[in-house]
Design a protein around this ligand. Structure first.
Ligand code: HEC
Ligand code: HEC
Ligand code: HEC
Ligand code: HEC
Ligand code: HEC
Ligand code: HEC
Ligand code: HEC
Ligand code: HEC
Ligand code: HEC
Length: 392
């Protein structure tokens, strides 16, 4: 497993998408592959192809930039304008007839704001800011702070119509876009050293907000403190160890449970339908839950009996992956969780998974202690499924 630092130290490029893994009996490796692909620029190509499907974003905004009369109580005012000498920027001193401006707009702004030259020279700069500062700022005064022509969230959405559509219509919304500084919670409006104008690496942004107890989702359900979870559970899932939260989550809102990029069942039990696991099987081989018998597709098998199939592949009450795996991080290997919520109260019942050299066992939770061996000979005589006591 490459160090996360290696993954991130890619000049601000942070999209490390982990590609389909195939399980061939022993370890699996894909992160290295994705790094290679990244180095070859494949990721950038893929991202560009995706972008092309969306409506082009306007590069400029036409604003009424006429100075706002003092009677209308502007919230911010530009000091050179306040000084009253229109000729700092216009051809004439005359307030009633200032005439055209003396230079192309951005050159004019950067003359005084020379520190902004450095800002705009960061690795990634905003097309809108490169093209025209007055798409967003009134050079005289404004009814918004920082000379903004419109409230900042609405300002961003006025050009970014695809995201505006998500903010309004997504089934699962993300308050990060509409609370506090809105888009600026994560983005710099001018330029940044992290890809996509992000103020910090996405992982740090996500964990920054999701490092508190008591954040509630749209239905009032309290969300896990991710910072604490990650600190207390050393066995991190591949993409989480790679600090790539966006491998599975869309930041701006979406139609899947928990802002996931692909489908994943919302409930503990679910009738088996491979489509519901698109998220997991985007990277893992779906054959691991499809074939009843195997000696190669999974190590969660007893001899040749596929225990992933036994648990997941059911017409009713199939156990979803979360019955056994904690998708972000766990204390046990293989992302096996310590406990599962039981019944209506959500009381946490210990799973008691024990790893052995050739398999493992689960004790006294969903059923009496059961062991499996992933050598070819089964460890215990097979029982039929109907022997299983009722699970939580
Ligand atoms: C800091 C520079 C700056 C100063 C100082 C300044 N302006 Fe402007 N002004 C601009 C820019 C930039 C534009 C936009 C020009 C463009 O887009 O072509 C503008 C446009 C205007 C417009 C046209 C508005 C529109 O929507 O087309 C008026 C009217 C105007 N200024 C009046 C004034 C007056 C009066 C003063 C002095 C009291 C003044 N300006 C001082 C930078 C300045
Ligand atoms: C003649 C010099 C001059 C020019 C030209 C100029 N600015 Fe400024 N600008 C200033 C000064 C001085 C301040 C106040 C600096 C401070 O408070 O740190 C300022 C402040 C600002 C602020 C912050 C306002 C606030 O409320 O905090 C913005 C935004 C800004 N300028 C945008 C622009 C844009 C956009 C242009 C080009 C259209 C421009 N400036 C051109 C001198 C200039
Ligand atoms: C896409 C909209 C947008 C464009 C284009 C844009 N800005 Fe800004 N600018 C903002 C926003 C939003 C803020 C407020 C940031 C904040 O509150 O943290 C801001 C803040 C500023 C400030 C105040 C910084 C401070 O820390 O107080 C200055 C100065 C400024 N912009 C200058 C410029 C210059 C110069 C350009 C052109 C090179 C430009 N802006 C183009 C959106 C824009
Ligand atoms: C005047 C229109 C306009 C406004 C207003 C605007 N943008 Fe943009 N933005 C653009 C354009 C054009 C692009 C480049 C689009 C592309 O490459 O497909 C862009 C690109 C971006 C990108 C992607 C950069 C990347 O490398 O992928 C981000 C992030 C972004 N804008 C954020 C914002 C935020 C935050 C605001 C509000 C402060 C904002 N934009 C306001 C026009 C605008
Ligand atoms: C919670 C953090 C967060 C907030 C808040 C946020 N973004 Fe983003 N944004 C991201 C991340 C992370 C990416 C990179 C996406 C990826 O890696 O797939 C991104 C990418 C983008 C892009 C380029 C790719 C694309 O999807 O088009 C644009 C444009 C953009 N954001 C605009 C906005 C606007 C406009 C807002 C406010 C309405 C906003 N963002 C709010 C985190 C955020
Ligand atoms: C491999 C895919 C994957 C990655 C990578 C991932 N997540 Fe998740 N995340 C999920 C899934 C699946 C769920 C739903 C879990 C469930 O309900 O069983 C989820 C749920 C969540 C939730 C809701 C938790 C709750 O209490 O219900 C938050 C918050 C979250 N993820 C944040 C993050 C952050 C922050 C990162 C990066 C550190 C991240 N995720 C990385 C797949 C992922
Ligand atoms: C500015 C703070 C902030 C940032 C940054 C942030 N979040 Fe959130 N997030 C929230 C809040 C508040 C909620 C709860 C309200 C809601 O669901 O929108 C939430 C909810 C969520 C949920 C559950 C959504 C649901 O309703 O099922 C997931 C998953 C999530 N965030 C993932 C992420 C990921 C991944 C990132 C980084 C790209 C991130 N968040 C960055 C504030 C933030
Ligand atoms: C973006 C790609 C990606 C997605 C999506 C993904 N995984 Fe993974 N998964 C990985 C990587 C990479 C590893 C680490 C493999 C390694 O280290 O050999 C891994 C490892 C695992 C492991 C531990 C394997 C072991 O033996 O230690 C489990 C269990 C697992 N994933 C379950 C899931 C589940 C359940 C889902 C869906 C909720 C899922 N994964 C979605 C990439 C992904
Ligand atoms: C009943 C518990 C259980 C359920 C439900 C379950 N797993 Fe597993 N899984 C395990 C155990 C135990 C292992 C460890 C096998 C070993 O190496 O001994 C494992 C291993 C894995 C591995 C590592 C490779 C392998 O197959 O050995 C992946 C990937 C994985 N599971 C993904 C998933 C996905 C995706 C789902 C949901 C579709 C899922 N699991 C559902 C118990 C479960």
């Amino acid at each position: 497993m490459p160090q996360p630092e290696n993954i991130l130290d890619n000049g601000g490029k942070v999209i490390v998408r982990t590609h389909r893994l195939s399980f061939k009996g022993r370890g699996i490796r894909a992160t290295l592959l994705s790094l290679l692909l990244l180095a070859c620029g494949y990721m950038t190509l893929a991202a560009d192809a995706k972008k092309d499907e969306t409506v082009p974003v306007a590069k400029m905004r036409k604003n009424d930039l006429t100075p706002i009369p003092d009677l209308q109580k502007p919230v911010s005012a530009h000091s050179p304008y306040q000084d009253g000498d229109c000729s700092l920027c216009h051809q004439n001193k005359d307030r009633t007839n200032p005439g055209a401006i003396i230079k192309q707009v951005n050159a004019l702004c950067l003359d005084c704001h020379d520190d902004f030259g450095k800002v705009m020279a960061r690795k990634y700069s905003h097309v809108a800011a490169r093209v025209n500062c007055v798409s967003c700022h009134n050079p005289h005064n404004a009814k918004q702070p920082k000379l903004l022509v419109e409230e900042s969230g609405a300002l961003c959405l006025s050009c970014h119509t695809a995201i505006s559509n998500l903010v309004t219509n997504a089934k699962v919304k993300h308050d990060a876009l509409t609370s506090d500084a809105k888009c600026l919670n994560c983005h710099n409006p001018h330029a940044a050293n992290v890809e996509h104008l992000l103020t910090r690496l996405p992982y740090d942004l996500c964990v920054g907000c999701h490092g508190k107890d008591g954040i509630k989702d749209q239905d009032g359900k309290v969300l896990t403190n991710m910072k604490k979870l990650l600190a207390e559970n050393p066995e991190q899932h591949g993409p989480v160890a790679g600090k790539d939260c966006s491998a599975c989550h869309t930041p701006h809102g979406g139609n899947n449970f928990r802002l996931l990029t692909k489908e994943y069942p919302a409930q503990f039990y679910s009738p088996y339908d491979p489509k519901l696991y698109d998220l997991c099987f985007d990277c893992h081989e779906s054959s691991m839950v499809k074939d009843a018998k195997t000696t190669t597709l999974t190590k969660f098998r007893n001899g040749d009996q596929n225990l992933h199939y036994v648990h997941v592949n059911k017409d009713e009450r199939g156990r979803t992956c979360r019955a056994c795996h904690e998708v972000h991080a766990s204390k046990q290997k293989h992302q096996i969780r310590d406990a599962v919520p039981y019944g209506k109260t959500g009381y946490m019942l210990k799973v008691n998974f024990t790893q052995t050299a050739t398999g493992g066992s689960c004790a006294q939770t969903c059923h009496l202690t059961r062991s499996y061996t992933n050598s070819v000979v089964p460890l215990v005589p097979k029982k039929t499924d109907s022997d299983l006591p009722k699970s939580p």
